[in-house]
Design a protein around this ligand. Structure first.
Ligand code: LLP
Length: 423
């Protein structure tokens, strides 16, 4: 459910015509719907209602300050993976006691930062990292709150690049080693074990892998309790999928019910559930709007060349992922025009859609919208080809604001210098 809809064949975000945003802000531009963000957060949070829980929105999906503020203002915590993401979250008033810090390669300065800010937990992914955190905490005279990220060895049945819970993946610590590491950690003077964590992958379209993972965490937790290790937080990561095309992921309500059932594995233990959703909150709350530059008829294919490229939205190139393409001005008529929608970058991988039925043939200058681009859209964008990164706009009702201005040429070179020895 989102708030991008046609009115008299004209595409609106909430009460604002997208053509108006294109005229005033230019393209390519990401447009986010505030009402959709609020709705998704509320629906997700309510779905977990039965469990004592914290929703830690996964900042990597969309880290724009206005997006973060919208969620934090509704009480969201955050799942972060870098000092930069913690910095952003704090900027918009996130409660440090609702910040978790994940990732396999935390640098020392990042550990220091997390400790100084008093975050809820470091999600620790290896014994080496555990020792590094203990060293830094000892130096600062602090106790570091940690959860161990367990690799439960379940198949998330998603794209291999975003599947993380298998033994062959670099993430987390295998169950047997985790048990020992938990016991060691609980004896460390500068470490406080607070929780158990996992994240098995992203864009999951079934509930069973979540249930299997929680069952394994439950078993492990029970065996740890016998060893005197206290677990207060059970962090099950993110990963709930969204419909991009034909997928039929569980609704948040179905997901919530499955999680509640699976959490029976913790009955009798006083634990708070943590979820780290990213995509399901922001994915369908954002679109990427682009303008058609040229139409080109190749020998065997039609090409629609647009002003957005793989540097703006890398998902199609990287994961071969599907984003629906809607015209800003709807034309009637049969779906006859099939084309590759491509950007200006000199790479065959620079496509936004391949062999796509676009309805009527767009005209040069027409606006198109790539749907479901709110998650892992702008955050994965780059300056490749020295292209300025897109502007970002947030719409709320009949108002809108630029929440990140389009980069200027000077922005792209401001950190560079030419030393005198270069001549
Ligand atoms: N927690 C951890 C530890 C994660 O690594 C991730 C995502 C999440 C939570 C949020 O997962 P979500 O609810 O969004 O599925 N760039 C890829 C997705 C990469 C996901 C990485 N980890 C894409 O565009 O599909």
């Amino acid at each position: 459910m989102h708030h991008f809809e046609y009115r008299d064949d004209e595409l609106f975000c909430e009460q604002v015509p997208l053509a108006k945003i294109a005229a005033e802000v230019g393209t390519p531009v990401y447009v986010y719907s505030h009402a959709t963000l609020e709705r998704h957060y509320k629906v997700f949070d309510n779905a977990l209602g039965a469990n004592k829980h914290i929703v830690c929105y996964s900042v990597k999906a969309n880290s724009n300050l206005a997006v973060l503020r919208t969620l934090v203002a509704m009480g969201a915590g955050v799942d972060t993976v870098s000092r930069g993401e913690i910095f952003r979250a704090l900027k918009v008033g996130a409660d440090p006691k609702k910040i978790v810090f994940s990732g396999v390669g935390k640098r020392e300065d990042e550990i220091v930062y997390g400790l100084e800010q008093g975050i809820l937990a470091f999600n620790v992914e290896s014994t080496s990292e555990l020792h590094a955190i203990e060293r830094v905490a000892a130096r600062l005279g602090k106790r570091a709150p940690i959860s161990l990220r367990v690799n439960p060895d379940v198949d998330a049945e998603t794209h291999p690049y975003i599947s993380t819970g298998l033994k062959k993946n670099k993430f987390g610590i295998g169950v047997a080693e985790a048990r020992k590491t938990f016991i060691d950690a609980s004896r460390m003077k500068h470490i406080e074990v607070v929780g158990i964590d996992c994240h098995i992958g992203s864009q999951l379209t079934k509930t069973s892998p979540f249930k299997d993972a929680i069952a394994r965490l439950g078993e492990l937790t029970r065996s740890l309790v016998k060893e005197g290790v206290t677990i207060r937080y059970v962090d099950i990561g993110g990963g709930l999928g969204i419909p991009y095309n034909q997928e039929d992921p569980p609704s948040p309500a179905e997901y919530g019910k499955a999680i509640e059932e699976a959490m029976a594995a913790f009955t009798g233990l006083d634990v708070t559930l943590i979820c780290e959703p990213g995509r399901v909150i922001v994915g369908n709350a954002g679109v990427l709007m682009t303008r058609t530059l040229y139409l080109k008829q190749g020998e065997i294919k039609n090409f629609v060349i647009v002003d957005a490229a793989m540097n703006d939205l890398i998902r199609p190139a990287f994961y071969d992922s599907y984003h629906a393409i809607w015209p800003v001005k709807k034309q009637s008529g049969p779906q006859t025009y099939v084309a590759d929608v491509v950007g200006p970058i000199c790479e065959t991988g620079d496509f936004l859609a391949r062999d796509r039925a676009l309805g009527q043939k767009p005209a040069e200058g027409d606006l198109l919208v790539l749907m479901s681009a709110g998650a892992y859209g702008f955050t994965m964008s780059s300056n490749y080809n020295t292209r300025q990164r897109a502007a970002e706009v947030m719409v709320k009702g009949s108002e809108y604001a630029v929440v990140r201005r389009r980069e200027e040429l000077e922005d792209m070179i401001k950190n560079e210098s030419v030393p005198s020895f270069v001549g």
